[in-house]
Design a protein around this ligand. Structure first.
Ligand SMILES: O=C(CO)COP(=O)(O)O
Length: 250
């Protein structure tokens, strides 16, 4: 049985103080039996958030990781640094990083390996752009991104990873994929994992849908066999809405 996982991606929102206030508001309500709940916050809020969510059932994730442990890489953060803070998850290869910061399938692979090296669970993002979808290339793009991201990982590592299928056209647009379409692509990604890492890893790996997930549609996604949760941007920023998402994933 795969445990459902709701992960909030706060992107570049919330100061340190705002993150602490969020944690204060959800205290005592965020632990939902059978659901894993994670907040991926900006680096500046991580230390505060790890302390503030203690005992709430929420885990803390970062939004990127460098592949080296340290070195002359101005502006980068390593797995060692994240681990020491008590961070347990890290988003890798989000489409915004691919689009604006030159993230490639190769660097996504290196970052994913670094996450495992430091005992962090990667949330590896894949997904097609609108023009790729319109050209009928959704599955090709997902194949390319998934296969390259997982290259060189052991079957055990793949089994522990989280993959987020986020069609780029659905991010922040209010135009979510239908649950049927999302499930079809996610089933396909699970097939790819099977080819690459074997049946056990494919049965264990958790694959989320992301893109305009809201409290009012989370249940449609969760009802689908291959969808194991959601990676949520906008709707994870408000305490009440975040709590509804976690509750909706039961
Ligand atoms: O990019 C996303 C999560 O990583 C999705 O963002 P929205 O939920 O705001 O569409």
């Amino acid at each position: 049985m795969r445990k459902p996982i709701i992960a909030g991606n706060w992107k570049m929102f919330k100061t340190n103080k705002e993150a602490a206030a969020f944690a204060e508001e959800v205290k005592g309500q965020a632990a939902v039996e059978g659901v894993e709940s994670v907040i991926c916050a900006p680096y500046t809020a991580l230390a505060t958030l790890v302390e503030a969510v203690k005992g709430t059932g929420i885990q803390v994730g970062a939004q990127n990781i460098h592949w080296e442990d340290n070195g002359a890489f101005t502006g980068e953060i390593s797995g060692e640094m994240l681990k020491e803070l008590g961070v347990t998850y890290v988003i890798i290869g989000h489409s915004e990083r691919r689009q604006y910061f030159g993230e490639t399938d190769e660097t996504v692979n290196k970052r994913t390996k670094a996450a495992f090296k430091h005992g962090l669970t990667p949330i590896v993002c894949v997904g097609e752009k609108l023009e790729e979808r319109e050209a009928g290339r959704t599955k090709d793009v997902c194949r390319e991104q998934t296969v390259k991201a997982l290259e060189g990982l052991s079957a055990e590592q793949v089994a522990q990873a989280v993959i987020a299928y986020e069609p780029v056209w659905a991010i922040g647009t209010g135009k979510s994929s239908t649950a049927e379409d999302a499930n079809e692509v996610i089933s396909y990604i699970r097939e790819l994992v099977k080819e690459q890492a074997g049946a056990e890893a494919a049965a264990a790996v958790r694959i989320q849908y992301g893109g305009s997930v809201k409290p009012n549609n989370i249940k449609e996604y969760m009802a689908k066999e291959d969808i194991d949760g959601a990676l949520v941007g906008g709707a994870s920023l408000e305490p009440a809405s975040y709590l509804q998402l976690v509750e909706g994933a039961k």
